[in-house]
Design a protein around this ligand. Sequence first.
Ligand code: C2E
Ligand code: CA
Ligand code: CA
Ligand code: CA
Length: 278
Amino acid sequence: VKETGKNGYQLFTKNMNEKVQTRVSLERELRRAVQQGEFDLVYQPKVSLSTGRVTGAEALIRWNKDGRIVSPQDFIPVAEETGHIIAIGRFVLNKACEDAVKWHKLGFKDLDVAVNLSARQFRDENLIDSVCGIIDSTGIDPRLLGLEITENTMMEDIQTTIIALAHLVQRGVKISIDDFGTGYSSLSYLKKFPIHVLKVDRQFIKDIPDDTDDIAISTAIINLAKGLNLQVVAEGVETQEQLDFCREHGCDGIQGYFFSRPLSCDAFMELLLSGRTL
Ligand code: C2E
Ligand code: CA
Ligand code: CA
Ligand code: CA
């Protein structure tokens, strides 16, 4: 028993060491990645359910690390903890606005672009100046820029969040609540925040139509959004049934593999030029 216990302990420390090692090298690599421009954006089309047309896209970051693509889930948390997210976030916002201006010049004048903001960025006192500076330097119409914030980010410091959001909204940008229903917000806060769009998380969409609980939850979220006069967009729509569900329940728009996976900027522009609709 003693033997096993000791081995168990050794295994545990080895595991811990490996984790710390991975983290330390990831930190170093992230710094290099920012400096050497190893990040890129892909765009997932958003489609209107009333017209079937592409209305815009969500920018999603990709890290091209030595020829291998690393998913944001594997590095955004470390980037947040180490503060690299500030530089990364600035890159994302700037590139997304530049690319959107390209689409507008191509003749797709109403397309919007949405960028994900992490909690740490939201706590950065330079955020508003940074966003406004990028709006000015890229020349994007701020009404075509959306910022996606999770409900947990909003709840971290409610008063600061409301003030920051109010500034951004005054500048003309649109605010979406991302991953709605997966976090810790109280419904009563919804009416206090200046927001425009509520996104139904993929978690509630992915098992429709089999899971009746998810049908109930998604229906409730959609109705809540409509009651509050917010736009509602469902994410992670992969099947015809899920699309039908969203349409029948009055979602304004959808994103998901059913219509398109995230695309490179060039591939997204090809999609636009093809005129493909839902
Ligand atoms: P999110 O904001 O909820 O983005 C949606 C995620 O679902 C994306 O994963 C997207 O590729 C994926 N997705 C979209 N449609 C489908 C579908 O039909 N089926 C399935 N299985 N997945 C679908 P991705 O690109 O790996 O991003 C993961 C998360 O990383 C994002 O979740 C977001 O929280 C974060 N993230 C991505 N880019 C950025 C960024 O530039 N800045 C920050 N702060 N976070 C980012
Ligand atoms: Ca998002
Ligand atoms: Ca989301
Ligand atoms: Ca999500």
